[in-house]
Design a protein around this ligand. Structure first.
Ligand SMILES: [Zn+2]
Length: 236
């Protein structure tokens, strides 16, 4: 089974799930130099991979070496580019689906599993049949679109695999001391999905200051306290 493994919660869950089902799993990771989180993602995946060896009875499948590629090395396929532009005329889908489709064409993969959950845009694209959707989304499987993060957590806990899942990495813009930031999109999704406990207090404070402007207004009535929180936000 080919799976896009980002080192994040969702794709790590899917990887562990497939291994628990005794499957042979080939992970693919695409390095995006524009991303600050690459180092943390690779480190998380290495640590998870090592830890899978401690659970041979539960993770009965085979974890093949990860195919690592550079995003800039993926050759653009004109038909996919054209299909992506057609989709954009109807609604916005992230550019990553275009280059992931390019990647699948280059590798001859027609069933790449992508572990994203609860994404209405992807759901709409997957449910739209025929051209231009099939040209891009026909190459992928989205097996966990309707599985919540908390359901994944429960599954992992029951299988004694939660410590592995918790080694996953989710923040795109980590702080200088290597912690999740609390304000990037994946951090926000994690907090909303009930994963707030995985972020340090400072990151949660940043999140609440961002999403709750009224809290911020209230806090300004307490300048010293506000100043402390504000320093969390800016001295990462
Ligand atoms: Zn973040």
């Amino acid at each position: 089974m080919n799976i896009l493994w980002t080192g994040g919660w969702d794709s790590t869950y899917r990887l562990l799930y497939l291994l628990s089902e005794g499957k042979c799993v080939r992970p693919h990771y695409i390095k995006d130099q524009a991303r600050l989180s690459t180092y943390f993602e690779l480190r998380a995946m290495e640590s998870i991979r090592r830890a899978t060896l401690d659970y041979p009875d539960i993770l009965r499948g085979t974890l093949l070496p990860t195919e690592v590629s550079e995003k800039s090395d993926i050759a653009s396929v004109p038909d996919i580019h054209a299909a992506y532009n057609e989709i954009l005329k109807q609604f916005y889908v992230g550019e990553q689906y275009m280059w992931l489709a390019d990647y699948c064409v280059g590798r001859g993969i027609d069933n790449m599993e992508i572990g994203v959950e609860n994404n209405p845009i992807v759901l709409e694209a997957v449910e739209s049949t025929g051209y231009p959707y099939s040209e891009i989304f026909g190459r992928f499987d989205f097996p966990i679109l309707s599985v919540s993060k908390l359901t994944m957590q429960t599954w992992a806990r029951e299988k004694s695999l939660l410590p592995l899942l918790e080694r996953s990495w989710f923040c795109h813009t980590p702080t200088r001391d290597g912690h999740p930031c609390g304000v990037c999109h994946p951090c926000e999704v994690s907090i909303k999905g009930g994963m707030g406990y995985r972020l340090p207090l400072k990151a949660r404070v940043r999140y609440y200051l961002r999403v709750l402007p009224r809290v911020k207004a209230l806090l300004k009535q307490f300048p010293r306290f506000y100043h402390t929180l504000y320093s969390f936000k800016h001295h990462r």
